[in-house]
Design a protein around this ligand. Structure first.
Ligand code: SAM
Length: 208
């Protein structure tokens, strides 16, 4: 998607993807991300998961394209972040939470130094197929071998609805994250878009 698409979603308040509470899979499988370390949250929006991970003792590094979403996260948590420029990225930091405002593809290893885990909810599935391939390759370039991650996907009949969220088939996930990937759960997806259209939400544990 173009950046303008996400700018419009946020400015028009069309953020049905925002859960407003920690993701249930994250709560269930938190231990899969390892001992408190540094969790990278690509395409983080203003997810409550950021605060949840920090409350569990992790340092958190997110990246989000829409600056207003980043600002909203901090203001809604009563935080006043420090700001600094990093090339095309703007870095906001408060306590153990850092969010880079800018393009995920501008993130370099130095921005996520010390990363010990990855949390991907509504990041991979926010991207069309051609960008997903680049997303996984870029993520892999940032992550050290053996880094654990949790990934949430959704599968439905793509001919019945356009994304995002995009339907991402398990075989694509397995190809991208081979060989160390484990399906932890499959359940019916909920939310306004999945009332008549049946969709399965899958939670994977991956090791890069
Ligand atoms: C579906 S939302 C999910 C947000 C968050 N993960 C959550 O669970 O609420 C996807 C987010 O990714 C952001 N985004 C899309 N492409 C991006 C990119 N290339 N770099 C950084 N953020 C991006 C969008 O602005 C949007 O806020």
């Amino acid at each position: 998607m173009e950046r303008s698409f996400w700018d419009a979603r946020w400015s028009e308040g069309q953020i049905g993807f925002h859960q407003g509470r920690p993701n249930a899979h994250l709560e269930t499988h938190l231990a899969r991300l390892g001992a408190p370390g540094v969790v990278f949250v690509p395409l983080c929006g203003k997810a409550e998961d950021l605060a949840y991970l920090a409350a569990k003792g992790h340092r958190v590094i997110g990246v989000e394209w829409v600056d207003d979403a980043v600002r909203a996260f901090f203001s809604e948590h009563g935080l006043t972040p420090t700001q600094s420029a990093h090339g095309k990225l703007k870095r906001y930091e408060s306590g153990s939470i850092t969010i880079f405002s800018g393009d995920f593809f501008a993130i370099r290893a130095e921005h996520v130094e010390g990363m010990t885990a990855v949390w991907d909810r509504a990041a991979l599935i926010a991207l069309p197929p051609d960008v997903r391939v680049k997303y996984v390759a870029h993520l892999r370039s940032l992550v050290k071998p053996k880094t654990p991650g949790l990934l949430i996907t959704v599968e439905y009949d793509q001919s019945k609805m356009g994304g995002p969220p995009f339907s991402v088939e398990e075989k694509e996930v397995r190809a991208g994250y081979a060989p160390n990937i484990e399906l932890l759960s499959t359940e019916k997806a909920d939310g306004p878009r999945f009332v008549e259209l049946v969709a399965n939400e899958k939670c994977f544990s991956v090791t890069f």
